[in-house]
Design a protein around this ligand. Structure first.
Ligand code: FE2
Length: 144
């Protein structure tokens, strides 16, 4: 069951976050899943920001619809991770997180092409590159 408490999170600089090793005990899995949930929630915010921020740029309406659909997808991912965190007795907001994605969003807020180059093509792509490793790490501690 999902937590009913409001989302609260401590935001730190990326290098300010403690590094945690994943183990068969819950804290390492919670830390990893919490970090991924934070990325998914940021992806919701970034997709909604894309759908709204660049409305003065004359683009096909499909551009905006695609970003709204992406926000919905990312929200589903966040909720699935929230459910998994709840299975482990935790909730999003229990641990600090970083604002690295928003720093990139802020730095590119006036330039659509820069935003598209940095957010989906670099940051999201980097996240996808590490996904197989994350899957292996979770499987290695018995979390299918
Ligand atoms: Fe996602």
């Amino acid at each position: 069951m999902r937590s009913k408490k409001p989302l609260q999170r401590a935001i730190l600089l990326p290098r300010g976050l403690p590094r945690r090793r994943i183990t068969q005990s819950a804290p390492g899995q919670i830390a990893l899943l919490h970090a991924i949930a934070h990325i998914e929630l940021n992806a919701v915010d970034l997709a909604l920001n894309m759908a709204r921020r660049f409305t003065k740029t004359q683009l096909l309406v499909d551009f905006y619809h695609d970003w709204l659909g992406g926000a919905d997808d990312e929200a589903q991912h966040f909720l699935m991770l929230s459910d998994r965190l709840a299975d482990l007795g935790a909730a999003y907001g229990d641990l600090p997180a970083h604002d690295g994605l928003w720093q990139a969003a802020d730095a590119t807020k006036h330039d659509l092409l820069a935003r598209l180059a940095i957010a989906p093509l670099v940051l999201e792509a980097r996240g996808l590159d590490v996904t197989p490793t994350i899957i292996d790490r979770l499987k290695s501690v018995g979390d299918e």
